[in-house]
Design a protein. Structure first.
Length: 182
């Protein structure tokens, strides 16, 4: 069900764009994201920082898109979001010596420190890649192509998350076995 909640805004955006254009699509995306966050809040009784940042950026870039009638704002939002995430994770791990992934998920996953570090680096690289690929599509292709990329580009996070799960799985088993043995 969580995956449906995550895809809800982009699917509605895609449909609205195909039927009515970028500006209606942007308004639908904004409304769907607000609804998505309300649903997440109703289920979890809180929004994670990433949810809050995503909501603010969609509302900010969406408002600029609609007020200025300039689709560049909504198209650049993913570049800004992923770039900021990559930079924040990099600064945290290498300058502040903090691993935000471990801070967020450490209570749910018992992993060796080296695994947490590699996961954090993988997220830095992934977010930088997503930022760059979105920027490339925005600069070099039409709005129509960008919207198609946004829909079909969801293969990137799915592949990344599956690969991450495959990488983490053996370490979870050994961590749980260690706890059982103790």
């Amino acid at each position: 069900m969580k995956i449906l909640i995550d895809f809800f805004p982009i699917l509605l955006f895609f449909g609205a764009y195909k039927l009515y254009g970028i500006y209606v699509g942007t308004a639908v995306l904004m409304g769907a994201t607000v609804a998505q966050m309300a649903l997440i809040y109703a289920i979890d009784r809180r929004l994670q920082t990433m949810h809050k940042v995503t909501l603010v950026l969609i509302l900010l870039f969406g408002t600029l898109t609609l007020l200025l009638q300039d689709d560049r704002f909504i198209k650049w939002k993913p570049t800004v979001l992923y770039g900021a995430m990559s930079l924040a994770l990099a600064v945290a791990v290498w300058a502040m010596k903090k691993n935000f992934l471990k801070m967020l998920l450490g209570s749910q996953l018992a992993l060796p420190e080296a695994v947490w570090h590699r996961l954090n680096v993988a997220w830095i690289i992934y977010c930088a890649f997503m930022s760059l690929i979105n920027a490339y599509v925005v600069v070099n292709f039409s709005t129509e192509a960008w919207v198609d990329f946004k829909l079909w580009g969801y293969a990137f996070p799915l592949v990344f998350l599956v690969a991450q799960g495959i990488y983490v799985a053996p370490h979870i088993k050994s961590s749980e076995s260690d706890e059982t043995a103790a």
